[in-house]
Ligand binder design. Sequence first.
Ligand code: GLN
Length: 497
Amino acid sequence: MKGLKVDIRELITKSSKEQREALLNKDVTSEELVNAVYEQVDTVDDKIGAYNSLTKEYAVETAKKVDEKIQKGEEVAPLAGIPLALKDNINLKSYYTTASSKILENFKSPYDATVTKKLKENLIPIIGKANLDEFAMGSSNENSAFRIVRNPWDLNKVPGGSSGGSAAAVAAGEAVVALGSDTGGSIRLPASYCGLVGLKPTYGRVSRYGLIAFASSLDQIGPITRTVEDAALLLNAISGHDEKDSTSLNQVPPDYTANLKNDLKGIKIGYIKELCSEGLAPSVSNAIQKSLETYKSLGAEIIEISLPLIKYSIAVYYVVATAEASSNLARFDGVKYGYRTKNPENLYDMYVKTRAEGFGDEVKRRIMLGTYALSSGYYDAYYKKAQQLRRLVKNDFDNAFSKVDVLLSPTCPHTAFEIGSKVEDPLSMYLTDIATITANLAGIPALNIPVGLDNSGMPIGLQLQADCLNESKLLNVAFKLEEVVKFDYSAPSKTLV
Ligand code: GLN
């Protein structure tokens, strides 16, 4: 790569905006960007574990198409040529989609997810399939059947889950942007632990077609990026109606970059009392206070909001999510695709052994919990009750959004924890999602933005939530804070090499 006008190793750690400038200036080609990212993968991924598989042929072919168009002076989409990591529960035709499970270890997808189709239309090169907690069940990426993911800021710490590979790839310079999926926090939590922007869109904003379903009434695909603008650009690329997903909203999405720079005068920000007081790490609590002061100085009005039902949200989530998961995962039975046990005695034995051998412990725990919650005699006591509470949680939010534009809280009460420190205690792992789960129950958009580092140098994440379909406002409020915070997101990708 001698003779280049820019330092490409430096460039791949920057936002897509800077890379696009270099592409359009013809300082670099997309193929060079893609190759530089693969070099970084070669150098650091043994340590990080961000990818389950690479999709190099596809990435290079796409990059070449972009370069050809730029050479000819043709217009290319805003993220064309920018290397992306795709969570390995989203289908890319002809490549592996494993959901980090042994049961799908050798499964190659016969079709593209709708988001993947859109990435293709935008000519966004996909570098590889990013590691995750098996079937997206987890908060630390320690539940992958293949290997754990390590946090690029500190290799002894978890990157968060379940989209841990997607976030670690972006933080480590192994991709520039990524797609994750979020059922109870799986985009926002890893973004928080890895110092990135992560956005879970409104339920129905982005098609779920071709995403391996975990809990269908909660799942949503969204961006994990270094900057708020990149998140807006990626959301532009993937959102919109899809007739292949019956829960997809039939509304034309706005341009999410249009309002980023609006000033915040008159905007009402409500800090969530229940999440901003007790049980926070001191560094997190300080960062929240500082952000509130910043918003005040930017002209926003700060109001305290109480969401009393938050204390039930984890219980509600673990009934609803596991019930849906037990039904969604019934299809993995060794018949049509995926792993099948060797030498079963009969059909029943084949089902039982395939599932016993193919699923990991956490997935089995969820299937058992969910099957129990749905079983006759218990349905009313658990599933129906949980659905009723879910409605009340949504009412709490409706009430809050009649008073404020945006809700503010930490994304997690603490920063990334040591690998292995919570594996023996699933309940304490479940509790890391206390701030994120309610957005999925209510279907509202929610975003993580990095706001600083704690004493051990780990990123602290702030969560912003808005009413349904108010992603533009959310991104605007985040953008204004980002301008003040000036978070150094490229720090780990440099120290790693
Ligand atoms: N940590 C939560 C769980 O394990 C959420 C996961 C997710 O959002 N996919 O269920």
